[in-house]
Design a protein around this ligand. Structure first.
Ligand SMILES: [Zn+2]
Length: 162
């Protein structure tokens, strides 16, 4: 009777250490308590089972785990080495700058294409009473050499006919 009142207090004390015990921390006091307390022994078995299930859920292959840990450790080492180097601060900025200049170039290209291709034919807003502007209203670029040649040839032919 007296014992039943005492044990829960003790169990609460040991409960917090169960996890450490599972991790392999030596605890003779807890080990002794586990030997005589079925309550805590069951709790330990439960958490041991839960840990096993969790590991299996996270890593069904089982054997891949060391490789995964090694990979993570290598990545951490890599990150640390990069963070320790003096140039580390500038790397993201350089990346950003290259991205920005590329974007700016693309934007400029798109804008110039838009201006050359579409802007002259745009009708100004609020100009509904005015006649629609067409491409012929704007000064045309000089014709290419082939066209000029054709014009000269037709003129020459007309002169020959007379
Ligand atoms: Zn106990």
């Amino acid at each position: 009777m007296f014992e039943k009142l005492i044990v829960p207090m003790q169990c609460r004390k040991f409960e917090a250490r169960l996890e450490d015990f599972l991790d392999g921390v030596a605890n003779p006091e807890l080990r002794r308590h586990l030997a005589e307390c079925t309550n805590c022994h069951a709790a330990l078995e439960d958490s041991r089972l839960a840990g096993r299930l969790l590991r299996q859920a996270c890593d069904p292959a089982g054997e891949a785990r060391p490789a995964f840990v090694a990979d993570v450790m290598a990545r951490i080492q890599d990150e640390k080495a990069r963070a320790d180097s003096p140039a580390a601060f500038w790397l993201p900025l350089e990346f950003l700058a290259s991205r920005l200049s590329l974007t700016a170039a693309m934007l400029l290209l798109a804008l110039s294409a838009y201006l050359v291709g579409f802007a002259p034919r745009r009708t100004p807003l609020g100009a509904t009473s005015q006649p629609q502007l067409t491409a012929s209203d704007f000064p045309q670029p000089p014709g290419d050499p082939i066209n000029n040649e054709e014009v000269l040839q037709s003129l020459a032919e007309r002169n020959d006919g007379r």
